[in-house]
Design a protein around this ligand. Structure first.
Ligand code: ADE
Ligand code: ZN
Length: 336
């Protein structure tokens, strides 16, 4: 391992853009298929991995929703969460804000309670066993209706004190943030933070809408903001966090080549960017792999890497005291 690779592995960091359903590794998919007697259209783990060849977001989403069908019981969600936290902790992640897509499960007849209680028990165990703290972001599926999102927010009612934020994911183009303005206003009124995928495949106008109509606290992806100089200026002025996902961007053809990834350009522009794994089981790597891939492709310095880790804490939804404690540990690591 090179010095830089080792430095990345030990760098204390938060992960802010992670879909827990996207951390379902083929091995666990097979184990759960067996445990729950669910038929899957693959004969082997190798066959599953070979199917992960995407030309756009929708290609991926079709396979991702199909894979989630093996998740049936509370214990499955617990196991899924613990598998992710174990990998993340090994990558230097000390805090993770994980998205889950309740509608992917409730639409299959799985109770909201099974999903969230399984995740919460995994989160508690990660804290005691791995020292990794985490919080939940309830993500609405944007290809479904606003009414369905409202229904999901209602279902979450008994657990609102254990949910930190709401998010917006799934097929972006044709489903602008505007479609969900009222449900996000309702979520904010209930004390939840707001994040939304915007500018992954969708145009810069969707990033404007996420800011103006949803009142986001951060933007997931945001790559296409780079096409709009006034928007860049605004994001910089507001100190808006962007949760960028390099390996995802490459696998979903948001960038053709990792060598062309704009992360260093974003840093140079003064954008508050972070590095995240998105759906690590599908995109070929966890968060440290994302740091390594973009560091290698774009020649990032140790200083750049420390800035990315710093942004991951200051862009998190943690209280200021916790952020300060993480930054102190980060500074000790970077200076040591
Ligand atoms: N759901 C899981 N990963 C996603 C992504 N990268 N974009 C939109 N929806 C998603
Ligand atoms: Zn995502």
């Amino acid at each position: 391992m090179t010095d830089l690779s080792q430095f990345i592995g030990g760098l204390p960091k938060a992960e802010l853009h992670l879909h827990i359903e996207g951390s379902l590794e083929p091995e666990l998919m097979f184990a759960l298929a067996q445990r729950n007697h669910v038929a899957i259209p693959y004969a082997s783990v190798e066959e599953v991995r070979a199917a992960y060849d995407f030309s756009n977001l929708q290609d991926f989403l079709d396979i991702y929703y199909a894979g989630a069908d093996v998740l049936r019981k509370r214990q499955d969600f617990h196991d899924l969460a613990m598998a992710y936290f174990t990998r993340a902790a090994a990558d230097g992640v000390v805090h993770a804000e994980i998205m889950f897509d309740p509608q992917t499960h409730t639409d299959r007849g799985i109770a909201f309670e099974e999903v969230i209680e399984g995740l919460l028990s995994g989160m508690r165990l990660a804290e005691t066993e791995l020292g990794l703290t985490s919080s939940l972001i309830l993500s609405f599926l944007r290809h479904l209706s606003e009414e369905a999102a409202f229904e999901t927010l209602r279902a979450a009612g008994p657990w609102l004190d254990r949910i930190t934020a709401v998010g917006l994911d799934s097929s972006e183009v044709g489903h602008p943030p505007e479609k969900f303005a009222r449900v996000f206003a309702a979520a904010r009124a209930q004390g939840l933070k707001i994040t939304a995928h915007a500018g992954e495949e969708g145009p810069p106008a969707y990033v404007h809408e996420a800011l103006d109509l949803l009142g986001v606290d951060r933007i997931d992806h945001g790559n296409r903001a780079l096409e709009d100089p006034a928007l860049i200026e605004r994001l910089v002025a507001e100190g808006m966090t962007l949760t960028v996902c390099p390996l995802s961007n490459h696998k979903l053809c948001v960038v053709d080549d990792m060598a062309d990834h704009p992360l260093d350009r974003m840093l140079a522009l003064g954008l508050k960017v972070t590095v995240n794994s998105d759906d690590p089981a599908y995109f070929g790597g966890y968060v440290a792999d994302n740091y390594r891939a973009v560091a290698k492709a774009r020649g990032l310095s140790r200083n750049d890497l420390v800035t990315l880790a710093r942004n991951s804490f200051t862009g998190s939804f943690l209280p200021p005291e916790a952020v300060a404690a993480h930054l102190e540990r980060l500074d000790a690591y970077a200076g040591g």
